[in-house]
Design a protein around this ligand. Structure first.
Ligand SMILES: Cc1cc2nc3c(=O)[nH]c(=O)nc-3n(C[C@H](O)[C@H](O)[C@H](O)COP(=O)(O)O)c2cc1C
Length: 243
């Protein structure tokens, strides 16, 4: 048995084995994280007036991992669309629902971007603030792309991409309900929103590549999370494909 087998077995549902609420996770966790509330500079991205009319089927067929990017910057409206596709609010209400599904609508995943070349945006690490749909500066650093590249085991595409999305999981949000099974759901949630991003990028004529290979401590440090209650789980770089 490996850790993987232990985890799968330990978090399995069975007719005679449903999980009890684990007291460790009883602590309430905020549904949203806000850097703006702590005084971080906010960048309200230019929003497009309407969503683009892309063909979903062409995007599904055309999606491919792209690792070479042109040097030109990404426009703000384009960045807004990408963020919105991954984690936008698509239905308002007392508990706003998002573009990608989430187990129990608990939304444990947070989105950060490492912006290297976005028109009108200083290079740095930004947090996608929900439910406001705006960016807050988490760390102003001109070397953000290089730091992300190093954390992603030197994968050059990360240094060359105008923007890299970095997703973390706030485990407690989901674990308050699901206990240790929350780990499964957070990764599944991340897969859903990452695919939304990939298809949206394809629909906009951009290229993207998912990144699962990274040094956990360095990625956590880059976005400023502790790696325990909140940890980076996935990333993706996006840009205009090099000709
Ligand atoms: C969970 C996951 C992690 C991945 N991590 C990386 C990565 O770190 N670096 C990379 O170059 N590609 C990465 N990829 C992209 C895969 O290599 C790619 O999806 C695969 O080769 C199939 O090609 P396609 O996406 O063009 O269909 C990852 C994909 C997934 C789904």
């Amino acid at each position: 048995m490996t850790l993987l087998h232990d985890y799968q077995a330990g978090t399995s549902y069975g007719r005679r084995k449903m999980p009890q609420r684990d007291p460790h996770w009883r602590r309430a966790v905020e549904p949203y994280k806000s850097y703006a509330a702590s005084g971080a500079r906010v960048a309200a991205l230019a929003r497009p007036e309407r969503l683009p009319a892309s063909d979903l089927w062409q995007a599904i067929r055309g999606r491919r991992s792209r690792r070479e990017f042109a040097p030109d910057p990404l426009g703000q409206e384009t960045l807004f669309l990408l963020l919105w596709a991954a984690q936008g609010i698509s239905e308002q209400g007392p508990w706003p629902l998002r573009t990608a599904p989430s187990a129990g609508a608990l939304y444990p995943v947070e989105t950060y971007i490492c912006a290297a070349r976005v028109s009108g945006l200083a290079p740095g690490v930004y947090h996608w603030e929900l439910p406001d749909e705006r960016l807050a500066l988490a760390a102003a650093r001109p070397d953000a792309a290089e730091a992300a590249c190093a954390a992603c085991l030197g994968q050059e595409m990360v240094a060359r991409a105008p923007v890299t999305f970095i997703w973390s999981a706030v485990w407690g949000r989901s674990a308050q309900k699901y206990g240790d099974r929350a780990l499964r759901y957070a990764y599944l949630d991340a897969g859903h929103l990452a695919e939304n991003l990939h298809l949206a990028a394809t629909g906009l004529g951009l290229g993207a590549c998912m990144v699962g290979a990274f040094l956990d401590d360095e990625m956590n440090a880059l976005v400023g999370v502790d790696g325990q209650d909140e940890a980076v789980i996935y990333a993706a770089c996006v840009g205009r494909p090099a000709p």
